[in-house]
Design a protein around this ligand. Structure first.
Ligand SMILES: C[S@@+](CC[C@H](N)C(=O)[O-])C[C@H]1O[C@@H](n2cnc3c(N)ncnc32)[C@H](O)[C@@H]1O
Length: 276
């Protein structure tokens, strides 16, 4: 018999075996009976779910059901994270830790934000044109006595212009993205302003104290501004100014807003609040 015929017989017998062999009985200790199933209630139909960083594929739905990946060796809990966009710039992250339930279903309700573990928010880098930054500094009346902060500083241009052209005393820029901090530091070197400026990597939503700032410049988003508002109101000294490019602060009405056409031909709006 040819080799091919033997191979065909062997494959046929193997397939038949697969079809005829009984399923393992429920009493047996199979892997699937040890696995945890998850039922995740999500804040938005179209969102991404990950468990311990592993993305779970699935169709958009209000409730997503799946088998959790194996729990990592040294871990006692899973971390379930949902992320979604509220607009082109803004991504939300909401997480919860849950214990495994081998052979059972764990329900994870992520529909509402948990005040004890607030959502993380990230805004995409979009620079403010330099002439708009100048208008922001003018609106804030930046001068030699000011310490200027930019929360979400991008390439550092806001604080660098405040130092270079408005002669601010000191500048601090904070950004989540190490690449942006690197660019900010390079720009400070190029402009010979390193002795007056500090660029730090960090999450602005974790800032607890802004009392060092006399001017805060912002180009973030409505959600981030609202989250920053209590810290700004509580920790800035009276007379400190906040100027935000485009976005407001909920029902905290600005003292002044300006809308103008910039050099690129687009229309821009900036808002000023002064701490009373
Ligand atoms: C719209 S850009 C503004 C950049 C700069 N302020 C400007 O106007 O040219 C927002 C910046 O905030 C940073 N960012 C976003 N979410 C952040 C967060 N939670 N904490 C710190 N920085 C953040 C981004 O990396 C990005 O560089």
């Amino acid at each position: 018999m040819s080799h091919f015929r033997w191979l065909a017989i062997f494959l046929g017998a193997w397939l038949l075996g697969l079809l005829l062999l009984p399923e393992p009985s429920s009493g047996q200790d199979t892997t699937s009976s040890k696995q945890t199933k998850m039922r995740v209630l999500v804040p938005q139909k179209r969102c991404k779910i990950s468990v311990d960083g592993k993305v779970i594929e699935g169709k958009a739905a209000d409730v997503r059901e799946f088998t959790a990946p194996e729990l990592k060796k040294d871990k006692k809990e899973y971390e379930v994270t949902v992320t979604w966009r509220t607009n082109n710039y803004t991504r939300f992250y909401r997480s919860k830790k849950v214990a495994p339930k081998p052979g059972g279903v764990v329900e994870v309700d992520l529909r509402e934000s948990d005040p004890t573990n607030p959502d993380h928010i990230e805004i995409r880098f979009v620079p403010t044109p330099n002439d708009v930054v100048r208008r922001m500094c003018q609106l804030a009346k930046v001068s030699k006595d000011d310490v200027v902060f930019d929360l979400g500083c991008g390439d550092g241009r806001m604080v660098l212009i405040a130092l270079d052209e408005f002669k601010a005393k000191r500048g601090v820029g904070i950004d989540l993205d190490p690449q942006r901090i690197k660019e900010s530091k390079e720009n400070a070197e190029r402009m010979k302003l390193t002795d007056k400026v500090e660029f730090r990597e960090g999450d602005v939503l974790k800032i607890k104290d802004l009392s060092e700032a006399s001017v805060v410049l912002l180009y973030m988003g409505d959600d981030v501004n609202l989250r920053l508002r209590p810290i700004l109101q509580k920790t800035l000294k009276p007379g400190s100014r906040i100027v935000s490019h485009r976005f407001g602060m909920g029902d905290w009405k600005p003292d002044r807003s300006e809308t103008f056409e910039a050099a690129d031909g687009d229309e821009y709006t900036i808002h000023l609040w002064t701490i009373k």
